[in-house]
Ligand binder design. Structure first.
Ligand code: ADP
Ligand code: ADP
Ligand code: MG
Ligand code: MG
Length: 539
């Protein structure tokens, strides 16, 4: 499959490049013979946040490693070590010439928040407080720890932090430092919606102070809120990546949704992504397929209450709310991994469950793993319904214990979806996936659920994904780590209104694409919608 341009197997059907620019300039970097090549670098603007939007494996982290001086670009000449002189010459006449001049002399102050925050404990020891105090060059410790909700964990050992806590500590450590250039590689992984927007706030404040910022981000609502401009990256993941020209953030994201770069004449997706506005549904007479009573669960110091619910055939229920409030506990109760202290899930429902945290202790290859875990592996149905949308072909020969976070996620969601079940239950399936992978997963989940007359329940934090996939939704509220309360499933708009009024955020819809967009705090629309109690879409 593919577009006929690549001579070898095209690994990503739906996003294959349908037409390419005639000729590409010299690459900025090539990792080695037959290895990944990067064409172009983004623009850096003083006082602006520039977003990078593109699939995994397209060179986004490579760009940040080059601009932060961690990787010396070789301009395609991977056989010898390049000199700074060569690099500076290469960028003659470009804004990047003086950038690399200064970078080579150590005259640039650059801060880089890396993608993999889970590696942080390997390099930084001690308590959160110690780390953040030692980097507080801007004298903003109290304010930043307050906005990022870190006060209660200041005394904790870095080694004992959860993913979301590590992410917020890493962001705090970056914004507290005094630099001219700030590069953030995927700052929202593990964070809930409000935490994502808090991260947006502290990063935007840097721009207001005149700093230059680049951000790599897969959550379209967060990317939209954080960026002034975006560069779309396209090409062949793992093969080559091209940085498109810079666009204003609204036009840039809409262009991405449309799948066609007009100025470059490049189509990178066959169809636009389509968002639907779902008004409050009055249909409640659909056939009930599964149900649970009011549920209760207590841990030492934490108490969860869930309102009873019914699940109908063919529907997709999303569940959202802050971190630490019992979403995973609820999923475990449904899946039968945990017993509730009160109430019960009606029996005779077969549930296929993808947990939030994935571990692979299997030492064989993905293919061997699929043989033992995917019931219909090898059939045509498996190929079209599962292999293709999750791009498993390219993973088959890889060792299970060497998969990246995104690869393991794709495989795990795919395996859950390949089981015969009444309810498919996914706890945070979009973590580590890029935008295309999120939307392909959404479509695959919808297709399989409908073709089997089953249902799905999905816990997630990505508002654009939730908007795209939900038939109905349930909201979790309460106090993180203390108590949680979950509503019965309700229509998406009511659920969003409840959730967003609690966190004080309003959304509107983009006129052109109908994608959800965050309103600026205290903007005219924000105030108007809050007054009307319409936190989530009017039209
Ligand atoms: P992204 O951040 O867009 O997901 P990366 O910049 O991390 O992508 O990687 C782009 C491509 O370059 C990937 O195919 C990756 O495997 C490859 N790559 C990254 N680092 C190296 C390296 N040190 N040597 C060889 N290939 C690499
Ligand atoms: P969420 O998925 O919404 O982030 P969780 O359901 O994972 O939240 O956790 C809710 C609360 O319950 C947290 O404070 C967590 O520390 C606590 N908790 C979860 N599992 C256990 C357990 N097995 N023992 C004790 N406390 C737990
Ligand atoms: Mg990356
Ligand atoms: Mg959870």
């Amino acid at each position: 499959s593919g577009c006929g341009i690549c001579t070898n197997r095209c690994p990503f059907n739906a996003v294959s490049i349908i037409n390419l620019p005639e000729a590409l300039d010299d690459p900025i970097h090539r990792y080695g013979q037959n290895q990944f090549e990067l064409f172009g670098l983004p623009t850096i603007r003083e006082g602006s946040v520039v977003g990078l939007l593109g699939p995994n494996g397209i060179g986004k982290s490579t760009i940040i490693r080059i601009l932060s001086g961690e990787l010396k670009p070789n301009m395609g000449n991977y056989e010898e070590e390049t000199s700074w002189e060569d690099i500076i010459n290469f960028f003659k006449g470009n804004q990047l010439q003086s950038y690399f001049q200064n970078l080579s002399k150590g005259n640039l102050k650059v801060v880089h928040k890396p993608q993999m925050v889970d590696l942080l404990p390997k390099f930084v020891k001690g308590k959160v407080e110690g780390l953040l105090n030692s980097v507080d060059q801007r004298n903003r410790l109290d304010e930043i720890t307050h906005i990022l909700e870190l006060e209660s964990i200041m005394g904790r050992e870095i080694a004992n932090l959860s993913g979301g806590e590590l992410q917020r500590v890493a962001i705090a450590a970056a914004v507290l430092r005094d630099a001219d250039f700030y590069y953030f590689d995927e700052p929202t992984s593990w964070l809930d919606v409000r935490q994502r927007l808090n991260a947006v706030q502290v990063i935007r404040e840097l721009a207001e102070e005149g700093k230059s910022i680049l951000v790599i981000e897969h959550d379209l609502a967060a990317l939209d809120a954080i960026s002034d401009y975006v560069h779309i990256l396209y090409g062949q993941p793992g093969g080559y990546g091209v940085v498109s020209q810079m666009r204003g953030v609204r036009v840039g994201i809409n262009t991405y949704i449309g799948g066609y770069l007009r100025e470059e004449n490049v189509r990178f997706r066959k169809q636009p992504i389509e968002f639907q506005v779902r008004p409050p549904s009055t249909v409640t007479d659909a056939e009930v397929m599964a149900e649970y009573s009011d549920l209760e669960k207590s841990y030492d110091g934490f108490h969860l209450e869930v309102e009873e619910g019914q699940v109908q055939h063919d529907e997709i229920i999303t569940a959202f709310g802050p971190n630490g409030i019992g979403k995973t506990t609820f999923a475990k109760i449904l899946a039968g991994v945990e017993k509730p202290d009160g109430g019960k899930v009606k029996e005779n429902v077969k549930i296929s469950y993808k947990p939030q945290y994935l571990v692979s202790d299997y030492s064989g290859t993905v293919q061997e793993f699929l043989y033992t875990t995917a019931p219909n592996y090898g059939t045509n149905l498996f190929k079209t319904e599962i292999m293709k949308p999750f791009l498993l072909e390219e993973l088959l020969e890889k060792k299970m214990d060497e998969l990246s976070g995104g690869e393991l996620q794709r495989l795990s969601v795919a395996i859950s979806l390949s089981q015969e079940a009444d309810i498919y239950l996914f706890d945070e399936p979009t973590a580590f996936l890029d935008v295309e992978q999120r939307l392909r997963a959404a479509r695959a989940i919808r297709r399989v659920t409908e073709s089997r007359n089953a249902a799905a329940i999905i816990v997630d934090h990505d508002i654009v994904f939730i908007d795209y996939i939900s038939s109905r939704a349930m909201v979790f509220t309460g106090e993180a780590g203390v108590e949680g309360h979950a509503t019965s499933p309700m229509d998406l708009r009511s659920a969003m209104n409840r959730f967003l009024s609690e966190v004080g955020i309003t959304f509107r819809r983009d006129k052109e694409t109908r994608r959800p967009r965050v309103n600026k705090q205290d903007s005219y629309l924000d105030r108007e919608q809050k007054e009307a109690g319409e936190y989530y879409y009017l039209k």
